[in-house]
Every structure is written in C-alpha cells, then in structure tokens.
Design a protein around this ligand. Structure first.
Ligand code: FAD
Length: 456
C-alpha cells in the first residue's frame, strides 16, 4: 500500500503525526509538498518567507534522503496535485495535519471530497503547530478566550506529550516525478541579514538557546541590544519545530526564565484560538473603538517615513531598519513601532500590519494581525488607550543606546542614552548629524489620539 503525507506548515521529520501515522500503515510513503499559487495569493508570498521556505525544503529533502526516501515537490492547486499523485501511486490514504485557518479548512474540505471520489481516504492529524489546538479549551459559554491570563491558566493545565522522534527509515515509490527543490538564491528582494531556515538549524538553535539563554530570559527578554530572545518564531511558523516540542524541552529547564518563555509561547496559541473563532479579525477590528484613522497625503508621508525608518525617533527608526535588514524585529521593537504608528501617528493599524507582513520571516496572520490589534487598542488588550513613549521606551530597554547605534549609523557618534534624543543637541552639533527632526511632538500625538478616541 501507498500513503501520501502532505506537508504544509510542518516542514520537519521529528514529532510529525501525519508522517508517523503513514509509516504505521507499513507500506510506501510519498512525502509531498505542493507549491500552491493560491497560498501565495493569500498573502504568503513575501520574498523573505519564500527564501526561508526554500531553505526548509532543502533541509527536509536532505533529512528524507537520509532516511532512504526523498521529498516529492509539485507546483499547482493543492487539491488537484494531491489527487494526481494519488492516481499515479494508487495511494489508499492521504495524511495531513489539521489546519485552523479559514484557508486551510476550506482546502481540507475540498480535498476530502475530491479524494472520496477517488476512493482514497483523507486522514487529518493533530497539527502540533500550536501546543493546544484552537478551540480545544474554551471558557464557559463562549467559543474562545478573549483574555490572556485565564487562557494561560487553562492552557498550562493541559497534559504535556513527549515529542516523537524522527522515523528511522522510509520507502518512497520509485519513478515518481518531482520538481527540483528550490534554492533561496532564486528569490529576489530578500533581506540581506535573513536567517537560515530548515529543521537542522531549528533544532540546533533550540538546543543552544535553551542551554545558554533560557535562564536569563525573564530579566533580559526586553533588552533590545542584548538580543537574547530565542529567535525561534520563524521556525515555529514553518513548523521546522513543533510547538509542543519547544514547550516540552523548555519545561525540562526549571526556573523563572523557562516559565516566562513558556508563557510567551502561549501567546501564540492564544492569538491562534482568537483567529480560529473570529477569522474576520484578520482585517476587522476585534473591538471597534470608533476610530477615524488619518488618511490623505500627510498621513501617507508619515507612513512612508515610518516604513523607511526616518521618523526622527531613534528607537523607532532602529527597529524599522532592523526589520528591513533581517526580516525580523525584536518584540520590544514591534511594540514600540506599532504603538508609534497606530497611536502617535494615528495611522490605521492595517497599514502597519501589511508592511510587517511584507517583510517578517515569521509573518503570520494570527500573530501579526492580532498583535497589531492588541497594540492599536482594537484587540484584546485590557488597556486599549495606553500609548508607548518611544523616548522612555528607548531609555528603558536600550539604556546605553547600543541598539540605536547599531541600526542608525548616522547617530553612531552619540554616546550613551543621549542617542535617544538627538534634538536636544545644541544648534551646530545637531546640524552635524544627518538625521531628521521628529515627525511630530509626542504630546501633540498623544492629544490627537486621546481626542480621537474620546470622540469615537
Ligand atoms: P521569544 O521571546 O523567544 O518568544 C518565544 C516564542 O513565543 C516566539 O518565537 C513566538 O512564537 C512566541 N511569542 C512571543 N511573543 C509573542 C506574542 N506577543 N504573540 C504571539 N507569539 C509570541 N510573532 C510571530 O510569530 N509572527 C508575527 O507575524 C508577529 N507579528 C507581531 C506584530 C506585532 C505588532 C507585535 C507586537 C508582535 C508580533 N509577534 C509576531 C510576536 C513577537 O514579537 C514575536 O513572536 C517575537 O518577537 C519573535 O521573537 P523570538 O522568537 O525571539 O521570541
């Protein structure tokens, strides 16, 4: 017998329920990945994510070769391609991880129907892209949690599962057509400092980070210059690590650092369960506040300056330039820059979210859109009108100014925290720095936001 394993956002061989189930049936296995233009059209196709995906596929192919198999790669509409492979191999079963986005659910329904017509069975498995599947825990009388802390309490009570090892071997039917595995060099417009993808990298990064940095995570996760967060977000997004395994391994380390890290990973599940229950919150306000966001040429200019990292607020500009250069931004930077756009500039959070998604290697609809809404105050934050002050944030989370000097070289000559307020320099000295004046005074921004929210 032949079983097809359809890889989606689970590009790994460890802790992989569909692969494990397919192997249990004892026959040949077709590890299949389909490059589907519809996925690209749905917003996936940003150069950084395409390049990272190429790395993941190269690595997956190498792992499968090591097991005696290979990856079968096709391009086309997923349902049609899977059906074609089923016909070519006479496969009896197709295994896939359950999807929770509206896109994945509709694909699953169509696939099930099409396979039934070919007398082939679709078997869906626990996704392990989240630790707890969306909808598995709910508060009484509601279909999802809208407040994080009670969600986290229930989430923490879920029994942990030991991750499964990689299979030892697999056999792939001979003679199956496959495209060449892509290389990241085929993708243009990729950020120069983009990280490398793939399960090998992911497992090495997890091991090394847990042994070196998890202990200090609680005190240092907001240290912009220290940059000691795990940077596992893209690996979790592409499923080169299962979320369950990340939490399982972190829990093996005792102490406040490991607990703080696990709590942070829970935020990911939290947003996924909100989006699964309220798919429209990817574009619509989860909690509308009557905002009438600024529009028109001036707002457009502000948005452009924000995107390009020339707002005149050094920590905002540093973070925006890190995003452009690496396709990744520190969480504290994401909070500061998002608050600056949505609240200080009072530009629609959707504009900011779109820009982030065009660059973030971990760019993910649930986590991006709902974090943006959280910061904009239209989401699940219980203090929707708080505004982060970029100067105070800079002084607090980049106290020596090293992060700003790293990313805003125009200001590299300024020592210590003075780098956060270049406008305070005396006339001639100020003129020596080729760096813009602030787009707007912070108190003006605050007043505008407050009156807009009151009016709403
Ligand atoms: P760590 O601090 O090491 O945290 C470990 C893991 O926990 C992360 O890899 C991530 O999977 C998860 N996590 C941490 N913080 C959050 C959070 N606030 N929400 C959800 N999950 C979290 N994260 C994404 O994965 N994709 C996005 O598109 C995304 N967009 C964001 C947009 C904004 C405006 C903000 C404020 C946050 C966004 N985040 C997003 C969340 C967070 O910033 C990143 O997950 C984190 O910076 C990734 O770095 P890390 O892996 O070193 O995190």
């Amino acid at each position: 017998t032949v079983a097809v394993v359809l890889f989606t956002s689970d590009l790994r061989v460890h802790d992989h329920p569909p692969l494990r189930a397919a192997l249990e049936s004892g026959g040949e296995v077709v590890p299949l990945f389909v490059r589907d233009p519809a996925v690209d059209r749905a917003g996936f196709a940003a150069p950084n994510r395409l390049a990272f995906l190429a790395d993941c596929l190269v690595d997956l192919h190498a792992s499968l070769r090591g097991l005696g198999g290979r990856l079968v790669l096709r391009t086309g509409e997923t349902v049609a391609e899977v059906c074609r492979v089923v016909r070519e191999t006479d496969a009896a079963e197709v295994h896939v991880a359950a999807g929770y986005t509206a896109f994945a659910r509709s694909r699953e329904t169509r696939l099930r129907r099409a396979l039934e017509a070919q007398r082939c069975r679709l078997r869906t498995h626990e996704a392990v892209t989240t630790v707890v599947p969306p909808g598995a825990i709910t508060p009484q009388g509601a279909d999802h949690f809208s407040v994080f802390t009670p969600y986290f309490r229930r989430w923490s009570d879920e029994p942990p599962r030991r991750p499964w090892p990689a299979p030892r071997a697999l056999r792939v039917p001979a003679g199956l057509r496959s495209q060449d595995v892509p290389s990241r060099s085929e993708v243009s417009g990729v950020s120069a400092g983009l990280a490398t993808g793939g399960e090998g990298q992911a497992r090495a990064a997890l091991r090394s980070w847990l042994s070196r940095h998890v202990g200090s995570y609680e005190e240092r996760h907001d240290d912009l210059a220290g940059d000691v967060t795990s940077r596992l977000s893209a690996h979790l997004h592409f499923g080169t690590l299962s979320a369950g395994e990340v939490v399982f391994r972190a829990r093996g380390h005792r102490g406040a650092g490991a607990s703080a890290f696990v709590r942070q990973v829970c935020w990911r599940d939290f947003h996924q369960q909100v989006l699964a229950a309220r798919p429209e919150s990817s574009v619509r306000d989860y909690r509308p506040r009557g905002d009438r966001w600024r529009r028109g040429p001036e707002a457009e200019e502000d948005l452009l300056a924000w995107r390009e990292g020339r707002t005149g607020y050094p920590v905002v500009d540093a973070a925006m330039r890190q995003l452009a250069h690496e396709g990744w931004m520190h969480n504290r930077g994401r909070l500061i820059t998002a608050s600056f756009l949505a609240k200080t500039l009072y530009v629609d959070w959707r504009e900011g979210a779109r820009h982030f998604l065009s660059l973030l290697v971990d760019g993910d609809v649930a986590n991006n859109q709902l974090n943006w809404q959280w910061v904009a105050g239209t989401g699940t934050d219980s203090r929707p009108n708080r505004v982060l002050n970029p100067v105070l944030q800079g002084r607090r989370y980049d106290p020596d100014g090293a992060y700003v000097r790293r990313w805003v070289p125009e200001l590299a000559g300024l020592h210590g925290p003075a780098v956060h307020e270049p406008w305070r320099l005396a006339g001639l000295e100020r003129a020596a720095y080729d760096y813009p004046d602030p787009l707007i005074g912070l108190s003006d921004g605050l007043a505008r936001f407050r009156s807009a929210r009151q009016a709403g």
